[in-house]
Write a protein that binds this ligand. Structure first.
Ligand SMILES: Cc1cc2nc3c(=O)[nH]c(=O)nc-3n(C[C@H](O)[C@H](O)[C@H](O)COP(=O)(O)OP(=O)(O)OC[C@H]3O[C@@H](n4cnc5c(N)ncnc54)[C@H](O)[C@@H]3O)c2cc1C
Length: 300
């Protein structure tokens, strides 16, 4: 698709990268070149990118912080729309709500809330995603998830037209939302929090981040949990039970610290990770009868 397209000069006001290595844009540090990558600075510019793509019959792939993504070694022969440079505004509204742009990181958002004594986002402070990616994935941890705090989102549809959806419209479920089914770009959100005590909020965030550091292999690149939590089970426990902790294919390894994570021990390719995931799924199915579904999204 992308090879036939020539996007140079089509939107001179919007930053455009050509053959950009995706390993630079994913927390796995894996992925070949993206043929085209737009980096709009405003929602208006993002709308122009969407309108251009729509006119050309191309569906762009949206990139947040790349923390739930595995990109193929051959790269992506299409158009990426990254929110990394979208205006990063944060503002308190109606005393206990925060209005935030989609490219802002969850850690920055959680710190902003803590500074203002607003509670409800402590769970999010250690999730390495952007607000847009987190709303799309209904990201969550330690009993909290985005659907519990979201009041509304602003999004651009495939033609570049701006809409607002309430939390009820988002059709949230475990790690899913309506944005998994529709090619719509989240540009901003309003999060409804509660008044709390700043020291307690900070204490809770520090404690959750300490638990993460203790349990998760944060010293290696990864995309977090590799598999979704199967009903009534924990993926990590099943993987460990099957003796797969430490299993390695090339540079990819089932973490010895947390079996739910596949890590890049250095020089791992996408092919290594996929081969390792296949082995893990096959052995877990064979030994326990449980089907593991990938949580990490694969972009080919
Ligand atoms: C060390 C580590 C720990 C993690 N811990 C957790 C955890 O505790 N809980 C959890 O839920 N996740 C966790 N994750 C996974 C990941 O951080 C979340 O899924 C996060 O929400 C992904 O956000 P992102 O911005 O990185 O999205 P990306 O990886 O860039 O994209 C993910 C999906 O969202 C789409 N997307 C991105 N931005 C937008 C947008 N603006 N509009 C519409 N669609 C968009 C992409 O197209 C893609 O389909 C962890 C990951 C790592 C590496």
């Amino acid at each position: 698709m992308g090879t036939r397209l020539d996007l140079r000069g089509r939107l001179p006001q919007v930053e455009l990268l050509e053959n950009e290595p995706m390993a630079r844009h994913t927390t796995f540090r894996i992925g070949g070149p993206a043929r085209w990558m737009f980096l709009p600075r405003t929602a208006g510019q993002a709308g122009e990118v969407l309108a251009l793509c729509h006119g050309l019959g191309v569906v762009p792939f949206f990139l947040g912080n790349g923390s739930n993504l595995l990109v193929s070694d051959g790269g992506y022969d299409g158009v990426i729309l990254s929110t990394a440079k979208l205006e990063g505004d944060l503002a308190v509204e109606e005393e206990t709500a925060i209005r935030v742009d989609s490219g802002v990181s969850l850690s920055r958002l959680a710190a902003f809330a803590a500074d203002r004594g607003l509670t409800g986002l402590e769970f999010a402070s250690g999730i390495p995603g952007s607000v847009g990616g987190a709303v799309r994935m209904n990201a969550g941890a330690y009993g909290g998830e985005m659907s519990q705090v979201l009041e509304w989102v602003d999004y651009l549809d495939e033609t570049g037209t701006l809409h607002r959806a309430t939390a009820a419209d988002c059709d949230f479920s475990y790690r899913r939302s309506i944005f998994c089914k529709r090619p719509w770009l989240i540009t901003g959100a309003l999060l409804r929090l509660r008044r709390g005590v700043e020291a307690e909020i900070r204490g809770e965030m520090a404690e959750l981040n300490r638990r993460r550091r203790e349990k998760q292999p944060l010293e290696y690149p990864s995309a977090g949990s590799t598999f979704k939590r199967p009903q009534e089970y924990f993926a990590a426990a099943l993987i460990e039970e099957c003796g797969l902790k430490g299993l390695q294919v090339g540079g990819a390894q089932v973490s010895e610290k947390h079996s739910g994570f596949v890590i890049n021990r250095g020089g791992a390719t996408c092919a290594d990770v996929l081969a390792l995931m296949d082995q893990v799924r096959a052995r877990v199915l064979d030994r326990t009868g449980v089907v593991l579904e990938p949580e990490v999204e694969v972009l080919k």
